[in-house]
Design a protein around this ligand. Sequence first.
Ligand SMILES: Nc1ncnc2c1ncn2[C@@H]1O[C@H](COP(=O)(O)OP(=O)(O)O)[C@@H](O)[C@H]1O
Ligand SMILES: [Mg+2]
Length: 321
Amino acid sequence: MKALIAEKVKKTYKSRKRKTEALKGVDIEVEKGEIFGILGPNGAGKTTFIKICSTLLNKTEGTVKVLGYDLEKDEKEIRKRIGYIGQDSERSTYARLTGKENLEFFATLYNVHKEDFLVRLEEFKKTYDNDEIFDKEVMKLSGGQKQAIVVMRGFLHNPDLVFADEISKGLDPIAAKKIRNFVKNYAKGKGKTIIMTSQIMSEIEELCDRVAIIFEGKVVAIDTPQNLMDDLNMQLIELRLRTGEIASPEFLQKLIDLETVSAIEQENGFIKLPVTDSAEAFERIMKICKDFDLNPVISYRTATLEDVFLKFCDKKVELEV
Ligand SMILES: Nc1ncnc2c1ncn2[C@@H]1O[C@H](COP(=O)(O)OP(=O)(O)O)[C@@H](O)[C@H]1O
Ligand SMILES: [Mg+2]
């Protein structure tokens, strides 16, 4: 059984003044046990999609099945089995209650047995390794500490599927790593499904089995992070000039004249050269640098998930150049 089947999902927000087509026909299927990432720039429609699938927002068109249940007919069944971690953490907790009291309150709301709650709380404490966030009133916690409580809230009732929107928002790198480990153990240890968004590419790359890239309300790519990166077929040589060194037009022309160099891009003292044959390019580039009396730091890399993101989501910029 699939954890999620979304077909031709459309959403139009209407106000008196304007209509916004936030989703223009989104098809996404997620397998049970997968950690699935949704990537896209601000305003792409990620939150809209997640809210629709979590029963928090009505779609305009299309069909959605969550854990085998139809969104339209079985909303209650779906709600029992999913967790939702919203992007807006301020409104997800009670400021005057402690972290633990907040979790206790929501556990009661979800009908979690006391014993189960205590087991869960121990799990969270072990993950987070800092009791402060559980014992202090939430209003006295930092943004990131609050977010940790909000994340834990989403897992309280042992849901089969967790929707996590901007899960690591505001978390410092150490807390973010703890949460990532928790998510990984939850999905892989218990066979549960996670559908998440994040603006942190390395996080998506580390966690997600597959990702969908949404751009302007449409899915523009869907695959494993590795396949998406391989598909770019990118080899990049970067030159970083040393202080005082200047790339003359003649120097740049020599680089672009090389057969293995397919383009050239200059940015803050970096010269980026996509190449087809890195070994040959390396040698020739070194020689040109020597001829021009330049001694830049030369590095080589293949595509990252950020390159994939830019390829699909930065089209307008490209057209303007
Ligand atoms: N409640 C709303 N009313 C009107 N427009 C909205 C509302 N929520 C979101 N939008 C619009 O829908 C589009 C998608 O937003 P959203 O789903 O929040 O994107 P993302 O989460 O990818 O940043 C944006 O253009 C946004 O301005
Ligand atoms: Mg969002």
